[in-house]
Design a protein around this ligand. Structure first.
Ligand SMILES: C[S@@+](CC[C@H](N)C(=O)[O-])C[C@H]1O[C@@H](n2cnc3c(N)ncnc32)[C@H](O)[C@@H]1O
Length: 403
């Protein structure tokens, strides 16, 4: 049977898959169904047709899962704001959902039978002293044609007008953004850890974030972990996995404003040395400023260019990162580090690598590359840095396999 857009079919929903949906089957066709839960019987409405599969929304729940809850946000659900995929899932079941996705990706790409547990982060506390659902300290609202700011529908440029975003940090929710009109395409907001939230009119404006015993000054538009507890949580996990010792050398690859480099430098001390590699000029400028008093060398380069020899072209002006090194932190963007970078890191002589990953599929592919080079996944921790969405942050410890 072929399915076309807006067709409705009754299905029994299977396991969650990466991307915020569950897998279902109907007469040989695979459906990726949003707004559903494993085990549910639902009416799924087709939203997109592709070769071999369709995307669909659960528009009627015939038999509900015990993990289903009424969505706390009235603007979530089919045909509404696309920001959250898991508003209908009980918080404890969100953790199980994400764990099963990470587990399945590691099995599929790296043939690992790894038990994964997703750890919650401390909840935000609102102005009333009560736990608050708002964790996003950076929110980018899109402005619709009539000038109202809102959030986009899933896989669409259409802007959904909202009155409030439940996952926005309380200080961001209190900003006068959604109750007026705008003459710009987008409104960026930020809630730094050291000052009240504000609307970003100049992305270069410096802000100060505090984590791991250090202040980090960076551009308001620069990269920083979005959940207020994420930076500290990830530093703690990386330090626990790597156990850096005085006098050791370390690379902080994709180093941003210097979060991991500062923590590593505290441990390797002045007899050690940390090298941070970052390609974004604003990140490099921030790292140079933030790490000036620490034994850290900051290199402006792509990681690929710094690590991977380019055939035929002698690296004249470009910096070349040479091993041996004791420890490596890898914290790439969603695309992952990729084969060439992993191969160079595996050959660096490092005794341990901590891989911080915002995309578990890219992580699983890179873990498989490490395995092919004689390394093993020694520990995997996963953190719920993005509640109510399908996103999950992982910190993986990779070690050269003992021969
Ligand atoms: C996930 S962020 C991590 C930043 C930092 N480790 C932190 O935790 O704050 C990834 C960083 O890699 C940088 N980046 C992206 N592609 C890069 C590349 N090919 N080479 C070097 N840095 C890159 C981005 O500018 C960004 O700062």
């Amino acid at each position: 049977m072929t399915l076309t857009e807006l067709d409705r079919v009754e299905v029994i929903v299977g396991a969650p898959a990466h991307g915020g949906h569950c897998v279902a089957r109907h007469e040989g066709m695979v459906l990726f169904v949003r707004h559903a839960l494993p085990g549910e019987r639902v009416i799924a409405e087709v939203t997109e047709v592709h070769r071999g599969y369709v995307r669909a929304d659960a528009v009627e729940i015939i038999e509900a899962s015990p993990d289903r809850v009424p969505a706390p946000c009235p603007w979530s659900g089919p045909n509404a704001c696309g920001g959250c995929d898991l508003q209908h899932v009980a918080p404890s079941a969100q953790l199980r959902w994400k764990a099963s996705v990470v587990q399945e990706l590691l099995a599929r790409f790296a043939h690992l039978d790894q038990v994964v547990r997703v750890e919650p982060l401390p909840a935000t506390v609102g102005a009333d002293g009560q736990p608050d659902t708002g964790w996003r300290t950076r929110v980018r609202y899109t402005v619709a044609a009539e000038g109202r700011a809102g959030l986009r529908k899933h896989r669409s440029n259409e802007v959904v007008p909202i009155e409030r975003c439940l996952i926005a940090y309380p200080g961001i929710r209190a900003l006068p953004v959604l109750n007026r009109t705008w003459e710009v395409d987008a409104v960026e907001t930020v809630a730094p850890s050291t000052e009240p939230a504000f609307v970003v009119t100049d992305p270069a404006r410096p802000i100060v974030e505090h984590a791991a015993g250090h202040d980090f000054t960076l551009a308001a538009g620069g990269f920083w972990q979005v959940h207020p507890a994420a930076a500290q949580t990830l530093v703690d996990a990386v330090l626990e996995q790597l156990a850096p010792k005085a006098g050791e050398t370390a690379w902080d690859l994709y180093g941003g404003a210097g979060l991991f480099a500062a923590a590593l430098a505290d441990h390797v001390g002045v007899t050690g040395q940390v090298t941070l590699v970052e390609s974004a000029p604003d990140g490099v400028a921030a790292a140079r400023r933030n790490l000036a008093q620490l034994p850290v060398r900051v290199v402006e380069s792509t990681v690929e260019r710094a690590l991977v020899p380019r055939r035929g072209k002698p690296a004249r002006s470009s910096f070349r990162l040479q091993g041996p090194v004791d420890l490596v932190v890898l914290d790439p963007p969603r695309t992952g580090a990729g084969k060439q970078v992993v191969t160079a890191v595996a050959a660096s002589g490092a005794r341990a690598v901590a891989y911080v990953a915002c995309d578990p599929a890219a992580l699983a592919r890179d873990v498989a590359t490490f395995q092919g080079l004689g390394w093993e996944l020694a520990q995997l921790r996963a953190f719920d840095c993005f509640p109510y969405t399908h996103h999950v942050e992982c910190v993986a410890l990779l070690l050269p396999a003992r021969s």
